[in-house]
Design a protein around this ligand. Structure first.
Ligand code: SAH
Length: 344
């Protein structure tokens, strides 16, 4: 069970060694509490003035024996004691997949990593609007807009590595899954090269979840038993068009708005039917989510007003979604439209 208590202006005593307690201290301070520290077990010197009667004692498990008598006395006096996990080892990087941008599709692992981060380097496609609620660490926007990179990739890697070498618990939060067109592999390699421990928490990729937001299943029994995820960052080669058209399965394209005309023409040249259904799903799970459905021959003009971020889906599964387009997905579109109108 998790309870939310308003701690603003309340005296909270955080016990435990400085290293183990650093994240708990930050979390309670971020929640507005007056934080007092006691970093050595009772009997030795404290860290400064302590409150007469704290509202709450946050007991960080720093592995030291000797805290129990103090905590027992607090409990006996009716002061609540909250057990807090110790901060993890310092100086490492966690690459976290943030999903397509909605809190609902963050993993438990992602939420935990964010909670425990000293610093978060995040992208615009990650669920960044929620970050202040999810992490009390420093939040650094290294986001990029298509076309102009705000911070070069090498600099992002250096920022992460330097923070970890300085002893910080670093989270690199990326949209979707870090290993799907996310340059996650390069960031892992940069950490390994610098001798920084690194781990990866997979995320829900937009390649599957954004079509789903529009009611489109990327596979469907008797309709499509495969899907290929393609980057539309640069136009495909003629050979790639031929291979894709020849597969006969669903084609999912990320970063594909700019190259949609070349892709549609290339697939047509490679023999794909002119009436193959195509969907463009913009801003999945966000205000203003919109789905545009047309045929391969007409999608270029139908999607002329579409913009990034968007996922393209080419294949018969789009027709399945049209046939069964459930009310939930349609009304979710409406809800998001209403939210965007309210925001405007
Ligand atoms: N690693 C990410 C993809 C990064 S490439 C993942 O696994 O999802 C960036 C592209 O992802 C965008 O150009 C767009 O094609 C797609 N994308 C990410 N989030 C999206 C969203 N909420 N709605 C629509 N497309 C999205």
């Amino acid at each position: 069970m998790e309870l939310s208590i308003d701690l603003s202006g309340r005296d909270v005593l955080v016990t435990g060694s400085d290293l183990a307690a650093r994240q708990a201290v930050r979390r309670y301070a971020a929640a507005g509490a007056n934080v007092f520290r006691l970093s050595v077990p009772e009997g030795a010197a404290g860290d400064g003035p302590l409150p007469e009667r704290p509202f709450l004692i946050a007991a960080v498990d720093d592995g030291q024996p000797g805290w129990e008598p103090l905590l027992e006395r607090a409990r006996a006096a009716g002061i609540p004691v909250a057990a807090e996990p110790a901060a993890g080892p310092t100086g490492h990087v966690t690459l976290v997949g943030g999903g397509p941008g909605t809190l609902d599709l963050l993993t438990v692992g992602a939420v935990t990593a964010l909670r425990d981060a000293d610093v978060v380097f995040y992208d615009r496609l990650a669920p960044y609007q929620e970050l202040e609620r999810l992490s009390s660490g420093r939040l650094v926007d290294v986001g990029k807009q298509p076309g102009h990179h705000k911070i070069p990739q090498a600099d992002i890697e250096k920022l992460m590595v330097d923070a970890a070498l300085a002893g910080e618990n670093v989270v690199r939060l990326k949209g979707g899954d870090p290993f799907v067109f996310g340059r996650g592999g390069e960031e892992v390699a940069a950490c390994v090269a610098a001798g920084v421990p690194v781990n990866v928490i997979s995320g829900v990729t937009s390649a599957i979840s954004v079509p789903a937001a529009a009611g489109i299943p990327v596979t469907h029994r008797n309709v499509s038993h495969m899907f290929t995820v393609v980057s539309g960052h640069a136009p495909l080669t003629e050979e790639e068009h031929t291979h894709l058209a020849g597969l006969g399965g669903t084609i999912v394209v990320l970063m594909g708005i700019g190259t949609l005309p070349q892709l549609a023409a290339g697939l047509r040249r490679a023999g794909m039917r002119a009436d193959m259904p195509v969907a463009v799903v913009e801003r999945g799970y966000r205000p203003g989510q919109r789905t545009t459905i047309a045929e391969l021959a007409t999608i270029e003009s139908a999607a002329s007003g579409c913009s990034n971020p968007a996922v393209l889906v080419i294949g018969e599964v789009v027709g399945v979604a049209m046939a069964s387009r459930n009310h939930a997905a349609a009304s979710a579109d409406l809800d998001r439209l209403a939210a965007s109108l309210l925001e405007a």
